[in-house]
Design a protein around this ligand. Structure first.
Ligand SMILES: Cc1cc2nc3c(=O)[nH]c(=O)nc-3n(C[C@H](O)[C@H](O)[C@H](O)COP(=O)(O)OP(=O)(O)OC[C@H]3O[C@@H](n4cnc5c(N)ncnc54)[C@H](O)[C@@H]3O)c2cc1C
Length: 439
């Protein structure tokens, strides 16, 4: 896959006419950085790293007081390099009325008259064909495999601890139809050389004894190469390395109110007029990207999809392998002495509030799936984040103006895609800057 290319007629990045921008000059005395990276989640910190590895000077900017405090904070922790299945798929179409009616506790769609929501929804529906599902899944699989290699290289070069492990992953299917679908998708992916095996319930329990308590299921898909890691710890540790070894400057507590990227420089402006400048900017603002880019005349097809997680002490029968209960859409992942449990999908919600009732739905679902996996009574307050979803589940990694690049829309798999997406955008930025300096 090159960069996410909308199909003909699909909602896409488009320019809108703008008024004449006022002139902004770099505020800081001294050299202007080659690149401003806006957003310090997993996408922003890996982008800063990939740019710095190419010898470019980088300033990393975020509104929060440290890295990884947005959706990257407490996600499912899965580095799901083989399971990149696009959300839009034929089987979902007939379930949409039930999702809108709130009949599936794990997946809800709240309709909105917002034209951006309607455009996104129509593009999503167009991606529900078998052909698009296949193309989108293979395209993101290619990115994921690049990401796996890039992450391995990063870990070799900088062996810091972020709870990384390769426990493999078991997707558990409750009914024969969903197992058959998984078998068909596994066949599509086989040409990439990834290793996946379909297991009977007995074989799955032999591999992961914690599944003995999960009730009847039809079978499981075993992917031995799947990895895990704590994204927040990763962001903190990588930032240390960026500052120490690559002279990356981090500017936290800087909510960018406006970006101006059509003159000689890219300027990130705070509402009080404070400005940070670079020769170009890469936007890595996750679920906030669409709102942020609209005033620039850029319409990006990203909608938030809210999800929840909690982290509890491991129980008497905690899985050591990552487990996904596909019917309940819950992932279980061991992080040291704790179990991270993530799930729920709510399209049409853009707040990050942890609603007690929804958290209870997740805890109850997890308890029903793996009763002794965690000390569920100690699940705590939980966490909610917004997945930055595109209609085709492909991230948007591209140049949109001479001095403006996007690395956004990584959806359900931003942690998985981060290192590969960072390499792609850094290659593009470096080539553009090299061409500019030689002309
Ligand atoms: C419940 C849940 C479970 C998930 N599980 C997994 C998983 O297991 N594996 C996986 O691969 N992915 C998972 N994901 C998806 C993954 O977490 C996201 O795709 C990823 O975190 C997106 O990273 P990001 O850096 O783009 O966004 P963010 O982490 O949200 O970073 C964006 C940053 O931009 C900053 N920002 C926003 N606006 C401004 C502004 N105006 N000025 C300055 N800064 C600004 C924010 O403060 C934030 O730090 C999950 C998501 C959820 C919600």
């Amino acid at each position: 896959m090159e960069h996410s290319q909308p199909a003909k007629g699909e909602v896409c990045l488009s320019s809108m006419r703008l008024g004449t921008p006022e002139t902004v000059r770099p505020a800081a005395a001294g050299p202007v950085a080659d690149v401003l990276v806006l957003g310090a989640g997993v996408i922003g910190v890996t982008t800063a790293y990939a740019l710095a590895r190419k010898g470019l000077s980088v300033v990393l900017v975020d509104q929060a007081d440290g890295p990884g405090q947005g959706t990257s904070f407490a996600n499912g922790a899965q580095l799901s390099y083989a399971y990149t299945d696009a959300l839009a798929q034929p089987g979902l179409l007939k379930r949409i009325p039930a999702l809108v009616a709130g009949m599936d506790p794990a997946f809800r769609v709240r309709l909105s008259p917002d034209p951006a929501f309607l455009r996104w929804g129509l593009a999503f529906l167009r991606n529900c064909s078998q052909a698009r599902f296949r193309a989108n899944t293979l395209a993101t699989l290619e990115l994921a495999l690049e990401s796996q290699a890039a992450m391995a290289e990063l870990r070799n070069r900088h062996p810091f601890d972020f709870g990384h492990a390769t426990p493999g992953k078991l997707h558990v299917f409750r009914d024969v139809a969903s197992l058959d679908h998984a078998r068909a998708v596994a066949v599509i992916k086989q040409r990439t050389g990834i290793e996946q095996h379909l297991l009977t319930p007995g074989q799955a329990i032999d591999r992961e004894p914690a599944l003995a308590g999960t009730g009847a299921f039809a079978g499981a898909l075993w992917t031995p190469g799947e990895e895990v890691g704590d994204p927040y710890r990763f962001c903190l540790a990588l930032l240390d390395i960026l500052e120490r070894d690559y002279a990356v400057r981090a500017q936290f507590g800087f909510p960018v109110a406006r970006l101006q990227a059509d003159g000689e420089y890219a300027h990130a402006l705070r509402s009080d007029g404070e400005v940070i400048s670079g020769r170009c900017a890469v936007v890595c603002l996750g679920a906030d990207a669409a709102r942020f880019l609209t005033p620039l005349g850029l319409r990006v097809p990203i909608r938030p999809m809210k999800g929840y997680s909690f982290t509890a002490p491991v129980g008497a029968q905690a899985p050591s392998i990552s487990v996904t209960d596909t019917a309940r859409k819950i992932v279980f992942c061991r992080l040291g002495g704790t179990l991270r449990v993530a799930g729920l999908a709510e399209l049409g919600r853009s707040d990050r509030v942890v609603e007690p009732g929804r958290l209870r739905t997740l805890v109850d679902g997890a308890r029903a799936a793996l009763p002794a996996a965690a000390d569920y009574a100690a699940a705590g307050d939980g966490w909610a984040g917004l997945r930055p979803m595109t209609p085709d589940s492909r991230p948007i990694i591209r140049q949109v103006r001479q001095r403006l690049f996007l690395n956004v829309g990584h959806g359900m798999l931003g942690w998985t895609f981060a290192a590969g997406a960072a390499q792609r955008i850094a290659t593009l930025v470096a080539a553009t800057q090299a061409a500019a300096s030689s002309s």
